[in-house]
Design a protein around this ligand. Structure first.
Ligand SMILES: [Zn+2]
Length: 402
């Protein structure tokens, strides 16, 4: 979610409120993908698997802003770090550039991860800008600096976008990726987001509905549901879809939950895929619960997701970067630890990385969950293999009802 008060006064809030009012009143889009047989499709856009449409109304937004202003929230971090002095590290760039075989994950910040899987360099929700908004002179500011620049990373083969909110889909970063040395990456995006990318010159982009999949250069890529919403302008509320991504190679499986509230979707994902070696699950931007619960999990719900999807190990994302909500930026550190102990999950099974940290996940045939085929009747393996070359043919497998 990309809305926040910039300073401690209500003065900076009015543009947001006006925008919100228009957002809530305007619903002029027509959904070109509308399929009445799919419960999450509507003639105007999309909704969650339980029928909810996410987000809040203007009255609730006003109430939140008044309360947080009166209470002086969010407080700066103080429990685990001094101010915004989070422990940081520089990725081992020489290793990341040379690596073609070992699964690795690097937390760059917020929901931006560099995943190396089956020799591919994959970026999730790439955001390397200073603010999570349409312009760089207002909106949520990055509180903890990045430890690596986009052009220092290995060439990116594949970009995964979870949804169109500004803290997950950053125009400046996408433009830089389109111009990267060696050619633009392949973009895998939710339905509707491909129009935004193509308008910016992206040629290699494919939109996915929930449960659709594609084999990409030896990796099975699946788009899966989340409980959220989308909006990027005053007139596109829920006009584009949202969700998470599953990647399965022969020796490693990974789940990226994107941005989400809690729902039954995670049990479905766990049942369908039979578990993951590693999952990236949001743990931040969760207070106040009365406002955020529909769209953002708290650490307790994040641990439930970890259990529901049967992750061997999980890493917390969507925290420690942009001050989007009422909890201090370091709150997930202790809240996640308490949530783990309440649910009997040991500390090594759901971790937080330092900003910029890389962890290596050496494949071991005896120790890792094998990449399974989908489990349900009607499920099939992805139909075709796409080598990620420009001009190569694509074949998306049709969506399936869970
Ligand atoms: Zn969002």
């Amino acid at each position: 979610m990309g809305r926040v008060r910039e300073a401690g006064t209500l003065g900076g809030v009015w543009p947001w409120l006006v925008g919100w009012a228009l957002l809530c009143s305007a619903c002029t889009s027509v959904n070109p993908y509308f399929d009445p047989s799919k419960a999450h499709h509507t003639p105007q856009g999309f909704r969650n698997s339980d029928g909810s449409t996410g987000g809040k109304g203007l009255g609730e937004l006003l109430k939140w802003y008044v309360e947080r202003t009166l209470d002086g929230l969010p407080k700066p971090p103080s429990t685990h770090v001094n101010g915004y002095d989070f422990p940081q590290t520089r990725p081992d760039l020489a290793f990341l550039h040379a690596n073609r075989t070992e699964p690795t994950l690097t937390w760059i910040g917020h929901a931006t991860l560099l995943l190396q899987i089956a020799g591919l360099n994959v970026l999730t929700d790439p955001h390397f800008s200073e603010r999570a908004f349409a312009v760089q002179w207002m909106g949520p500011k990055r509180r903890v600096p990045l430890t690596v620049k986009l052009d220092e990373l290995p060439r990116i083969d594949l970009v995964l976008i979870s949804h169109a909110h500004y803290d997950h889909l950053d125009e400046t970063t996408v433009e830089a990726l389109l111009k990267q040395a060696g050619g633009a990456p392949f973009f895998a995006v939710p339905l509707g987001v491909e129009r935004w990318l193509k308008a910016r010159g992206a040629m290699r982009v494919q939109a996915f509905d929930w449960w659709q999949s594609l084999r990409v250069a030896g990796v099975d890529l699946h788009f899966v549901p989340a409980r959220h919403w989308s909006a990027r302008s005053l007139f596109d509320r829920n006009a584009t879809l949202w969700g998470g991504w599953v990647l399965r190679a022969n020796d490693f499986s990974f789940y990226f939950a994107g941005d989400t509230g809690y729902s039954r979707d995670f049990i479905d994902i766990g049942e369908r895929f039979g578990g993951f070696d590693l999952a990236a699950i949001p743990v931040g931007a969760y207070l106040p619960r009365w406002f955020m619960k529909d769209q953002h999990v708290d650490p307790d719900e994040a641990v439930r997701i970890h259990l529901d999807v049967k992750a061997r190990q999980s890493v917390g994302i969507h925290w420690g970067s942009f001050e989007l909500t009422d909890e201090p930026l370091d709150a997930p550190i202790s809240e996640l630890a308490q949530a783990r102990s309440r649910q009997g999950v040991d500390a090594s099974s759901f971790v937080l990385y330092r900003h910029g940290e890389t962890r290596r996940y050496p494949a071991s045939p005896s120790g890792l969950i094998p990449a399974q085929r989908p489990q349900r009747p009607g499920d099939e393996a992805p139909a075709a293999s796409h080598p990620l070359r420009a001009g190569a043919p694509l074949s998306i497998r049709p969506g399936m009802k869970p």
